[in-house]
Design a protein around this ligand. Structure first.
Ligand code: F6P
Length: 518
């Protein structure tokens, strides 16, 4: 029998649709009293723990979701992806981001050719180049070493590297290795963004990395031209002796020393005036939203943190690739996250999801320009290029797909949208916490309790959302009658908790690796 065109025509989908009414009659207060259920709704991998017992779901729901995965031929699709089949049918391409972080001796074929040696050739080139820049043996047009990097790119050529960059700022090794260096991003074409990206930087000590898969994206090319002008205007008239690459002759010499590129289109890179020797390739089988593990992310991040730190990030992502490929679905974290997301969005009808992170967020006392990694996580990991309205065969979906994701670090959310998630709309919450803070705050030689406080919140909030608070409980607490409606929380609001050992480069890679289905 030919497989149905749409997943919603399958029996498991219809079965889940009917099951929704049953789930709506239950309350998490009762579901949580079933110890066997709670024990089963936990998955672990390499020190990470996913607790999804506070989802509006029973073990029966999960079995039905696994049947849905079977009806979608998920396992076959995963195998087809890893074996390099052209599962990207609209562009007739393989989807092989797993090859970007595969071990040097791995064999992953696309169109009959093992792509892993090419991947490592570029990684080796990045390692060599970034070490030259970081050690000062690569100098700019005036002979000075380059300590600041502006990465110009947009969409997938920006959000992934930005996420990893902000997340790495909690990792002691990354903090140490990036001392005295700056990595900035320029995506938007607003002149204010251009001005911010170069504010306080000296063109003599700055390297611009133009990141564009196609090298045609309007915003990126405009910004790249602007920064080329910035470099040339300041350094273009350099004595001939500083031109070290003869190919740069006749072009503004400074560009050859101050601008490099990451692209699949090396012809356009050269046309732009960037020395093709200073171009770092990637391939058409790397989708934009998956490209952070290619030179798109690896080059700017290696320039900032050193290749060895970035290699740990790649190894983390690779460990999730193994897990995703081999773990049974009921223990497979990316699969579980994907199925629960479909359950919440397409069956229970919750259009949004909020991510709330516990530490490492207390770095306000560290002397670093601090930006929260979670703000970039939502834009990249879950929102980037998601939300298609048609099936893979181009058939209009008669159900809602895709999620509106937002988030806040730690207890910031409590002072922002917690009223909404406790009393207003039902918005499934993902709590992400780390067991060990890498940024302990010391005052008078003692570690202050920030981490413990944040973690108490991390454990308390999911229960508060699940159990709620009844008027009877409030009466017992002697709450004045007129305040009881204001303090009543219905509960039964779903959440899941993901606990990581730390927020190391490897763990960041693992979180990024979840993106397979998430
Ligand atoms: O608009 C989406 C997109 O095509 C992404 O897939 C891509 O990451 C981004 O634009 C930028 O494209 P490019 O890397 O070719 O400049």
């Amino acid at each position: 029998m030919a497989s149905p065109t749409l997943i919603c025509d399958t029996e498991p989908w219809k079965d889940l649709k009917n099951h929704v009414e049953e789930i709506k009659k239950s309350h998490l207060r009762n579901l949580m009293s079933d110890t066997e259920r709670c024990k089963s709704m936990v998955a672990e991998f390499d020190g990470m723990l996913l607790d999804y017992s506070r989802q509006n779901a029973t073990l029966e729901t999960l079995n039905k979701l696994y049947q849905l995965a079977e009806a979608a031929h998920l396992k076959e699709k995963i195998n087809r992806m890893y074996s390099g089949e052209h599962i990207n049918s609209t562009e007739n391409r393989s989807v092989l981001h797993v090859a970007l972080r595969a071990a040097r001796d791995a064999v992953i074929n696309s169109d009959g050719k093992n792509v892993v040696p090419e991947v490592w050739k570029v990684l080796d080139k990045i390692q060599e180049f970034s070490e030259k820049v970081r050690s000062g043996s690569w100098v700019g047009a005036t002979g000075k070493s380059l300590k600041d990097v502006i990465a110009v790119g947009i969409g997938g050529s920006f959000l992934g590297p930005l996420f990893v960059h902000t997340a790495l700022q909690t990792d002691p090794e990354a903090i140490k290795s990036s001392r005295g260096r700056q990595l900035r991003f320029l995506a938007n074409v607003d002149p204010v963004d251009v001005a911010k990206s170069i504010a306080g930087l000296n063109p003599e000590t700055t390297l611009v990395v133009v990141v564009s898969k196609t090298f045609t994206t309007a915003e990126t090319m405009l910004n790249a031209r602007t920064l080329r002008e910035w470099i040339s205007a300041a350094l273009g008239l350099i004595k001939i002796s500083f031109i070290q690459n003869t190919q740069g002759f006749g072009k503004p010499s400074a560009v050859a020393k101050h601008m490099v590129a990451v692209s699949t289109n090396l012809t356009l890179v050269e046309k732009f005036g960037i020395d093709p020797n200073n171009a770092f390739a990637f391939w058409d089988w790397v989708g934009g939203r998956y490209s952070v593990c290619s030179a798109v992310g690896v080059l700017p991040l290696s320039l900032q943190y050193g290749f060895s730190v970035v290699e740990k990030f790649l190894k983390g992502a690779s460990s999730i690739d193994q897990h995703f490929y081999s773990a049974p679905f009921d223990k497979n974290i990316p699969v579980l996250l994907g199925l629960l997301s479909i359950w919440n969005v397409s069956f229970l009808g919750y259009p949004a999801r909020v991510s709330i992170s516990a530490p490492d967020e207390q770095s306000c006392l560290t002397p670093r320009p601090w930006k929260n990694w979670l703000h970039t996580f939502n834009r990249h990991v879950s929102m980037e290029s998601n939300g298609k309205g048609v099936s893979i065969d181009g058939v209009l979906l008669p159900f809602e797909a895709g999620e509106i994701d937002f988030g806040e670090p730690g207890t910031n959310g409590q002072h922002s949208f917690y009223q909404l998630i406790h009393q207003g709309r039902v918005i499934p919450c993902d709590f992400i916490g780390v067991v060990k803070s890498q940024q302990p705050v010391y005052l008078k030689g003692e570690v202050v309790s920030n981490h413990d406080e944040l973690m108490s919140n991390f454990f308390a909030q999911p229960d508060a959302l699940a159990y709620g608070k009844t008027p009877e409980q409030l009466q017992k607490e002697n709450v004045p009658p007129h305040l009881i409606p204001h303090k009543t929380f219905s509960g039964n609001r779903p959440s899941l908790s993901l606990l990581l050992p730390t927020l190391s480069a490897c763990n960041i890679g693992q979180v990024r690796g979840f993106l397979h289905l998430f």
